[in-house]
Design a protein around this ligand. Structure first.
Ligand code: SAH
Length: 276
């Protein structure tokens, strides 16, 4: 009844020979991390993921993106995917039978073990997305993402398919597509060779439980504001110590929650003023 998942990028055979597809010479790298996305709006992908480093990595086959259009799984002549909420109220709810059929198709060729291939519903009720989660997803073979619309998904399909709910934050979007792209972006950049400079993921915000230190570049003085002398001193140990102290200061000021966790993991008093 439906097609196999549609691939984006230059890497798989496509029915429509756009110039981009005609340039398709490289096969997808074997075992490349794959995001499979169930959505009513496949045209939203790859979106920003097709640009810059994630786009280049997609073209190189370092990761792959496939969309599963929910619409063809819909019921009747109009391919309805939603219905009124049981118990009444505003809005519409995505039907479990329709989403179940899409999930069955998305599962083809993927391991059933959720640790090897998580199945995630982007949802404001989910566990807050974080760097540790991105690390976990990057270590899997791929991921299936469900983008909700309207009032969201029938609860039974979440239970039946052992779907994990993940939230982008405490706000409500109209659909899961933007959230899915954010999740994929944060995950894909942790895959080896996607970023040119792997060291940059080791030093940046959250990698050590701290926010990143301030960054500067030329000109040395701009609108009367100078780059801190220490950064121009060439003294690597002092620069590292300054950055660490700044990272700690910013984390303490802006994110008391992260600061407490950081101190606890190091047996340090979060209220102590240890000079660095
Ligand atoms: N009625 C739901 C919100 C539905 S918003 C509720 O109150 O919880 C429609 C869709 O947008 C959701 O199904 C979900 O896929 C997506 N979405 C909205 N906010 C989100 C968030 N903070 N994180 C991830 N996905 C979100």
């Amino acid at each position: 009844m439906t097609d196999t998942p549609k691939s984006h990028g230059r890497l798989s055979i496509s029915a429509s020979l756009q110039p981009r597809d005609l340039m398709d010479t490289r096969p997808r790298l074997k075992g490349a991390w794959t995001a499979r996305i169930i959505t009513l709006f496949p045209e939203a992908f790859p979106g920003v993921l097709g640009l810059s480093l994630t786009g280049r990595a997609l073209d190189l086959g370092l990761w792959a993106l496939e969309t599963v259009d929910l619409r063809p799984f819909g019921e009747g002549r109009h391919r309805n995917v939603d219905d009124n909420p049981a118990g009444g109220g505003a809005g519409m709810v995505l039907r479990p039978d329709v989403m179940g059929a899409a999930l069955d198709q998305a599962a083809l060729g993927t391991p059933a073990d959720r640790s090897r291939w998580p199945v995630v519903y982007l949802s404001p009720r989910g566990a807050p997305f974080c760097q540790a989660m991105a690390q976990r997803f990057a270590q899997a073979e791929g991921i299936t993402l469900i983008c909700g619309r309207f009032e969201g998904l029938d609860e039974r399909v979440i239970e039946e398919y052992a779907v994990e709910e993940v939230s982008l934050g405490d706000f409500v979007l109209t659909g899961g597509e933007i959230a899915a792209q954010a999740l994929i972006d944060a995950t894909v950049r942790l895959i080896p060779r996607v970023l040119g400079n792997q060291a940059s993921t080791e030093e940046e915000s959250f990698s050590e439980g701290l926010l990143e230190h301030p960054q500067y570049t030329r000109p040395a003085v701009w609108k009367g504001r100078a780059i801190p002398d220490i950064l121009l001193s060439g003294h690597h140990a002092k620069i590292a110590a300054w950055r660490k102290a700044e990272a700690e200061r910013l984390t303490k000021e802006r994110r008391p929650d992260l600061w407490r966790a950081y101190c606890a993991s190091r047996g340090r008093d979060p209220d102590g003023d240890r000079e660095l």
